[in-house]
Design a protein. Sequence first.
Length: 195
Amino acid sequence: MFLPNIYIGLISSKTKLASADIWPGFFGDDAIAKLPQQVLRLLERNTPQEPELPQALESTYPVSTSKYGVGNEEYSKKTPLGTHSTLEKIGEAARMGAIFESRENTGRIATIYTDTTDIEEELITTRILLLKGMVPGLNEGGGVDSYARRIYIHGTPEEGLIGNPASNGCVRMRNEDIMELFDIVPRGALVRIHE
């Protein structure tokens, strides 16, 4: 099974992107992992129009992607590939472990498991980065739309499973890590998920 690599690139808010296709140079060959990893890498560069500037690795976080593999099809429960943007940031004032349903804080706090406990519910905790696909026909539009599929980067109570495929399509992070990432990443930041 192929596992996706996730990169989040911060670019200048002044940069205008006509399509996701003009951004491939942002990730040099040295940044593309040869073997699939359950890792999110936070990269920073001023703009994609300045390829001579070296990319800076800000942080690396372990994550969990889908236990069903990668794929963009609606109802597949797979982690979608391609370039996305962070459309919304949800949960700024929420407590660590806060449980979200339909992107709303329920007021309940989840028990956080640091062992390999696998609970039945797919709980979304602490913070949500809501992703929007940017490549029509791949992760945007009918039958493959990441936004319509409610694909997020979010916290999980199953922290002991981080580093292994365990989700139903989203990208799970440890609660402290998603809080940190949430504070760093602006709305509209690009997210590239690839094999």
